[in-house]
Write a protein that binds this ligand. Sequence first.
Ligand SMILES: [Mg+2]
Length: 248
Amino acid sequence: MKRLEVALIDVGGTLWPNSWPIRQGDAGGRSNRLIAAMDGHDRAVVEALVADLLASSKPGDEARSITTEQRMVVGADELIAGCLHRQGLVPDPSTISRIRRAMAIPVDERFQPLPGAGELLKAIRALGLRTVIASNTYWRDADSYWDDFRLLGMAGDIDGIITSVDAGQLKPHPAVFQMAMRTAGVPADRCVVIGNREDNDIEPALALGMWTILVYPDDPKPEHSRAHAVAPDLWACAKALEDMLETE
Ligand SMILES: [Mg+2]
């Protein structure tokens, strides 16, 4: 019996679709959140800052509408600091983080996770494992994700969230998984990584000595994988995890 304790789960292409369309009202919602985040500052300066952020963040939006895994040339914090600087505002860490959260477009009630996502989280819990989200993001930090997962009714089945924003490095850099291990307080061989990308999820997990399940609920069937198990959907993933636990 394997003594797996923690499932480290990717989000884009794993629990959520790889992409979703930018919706009408996204920009307006962003402006309102940004204005609230900058409450107390001169209104004209804030309006100029919002216009600059919305114009400068096109690459971030493109990343969001195409894939959450894309490597960006300019990181979110750097982009935000540049916008603050241009308006003569101080780019201190707490302002940057408030703006980053305001820029993260939250999921809404129309948003659907991939089929079987909720069931997978419940199956992991039933198998006696904890779940830690381990995700590459551009704007989202752990707090933004907590809001999203609460709205989706999935937060109760999640024990921790680590994003590349929190870890300071994008997968395949091991920082996200290492931070998740530290947070969960377990060694690598007690972790199983569940993700849809061979390069960003499976390879760094194997290099750390973790167990791995490659899933493709929103991707073409992979031609080959070094993962311990490969599952076409999230129900099959739950079964693969159960089998993994029973294998000597
Ligand atoms: Mg992914």
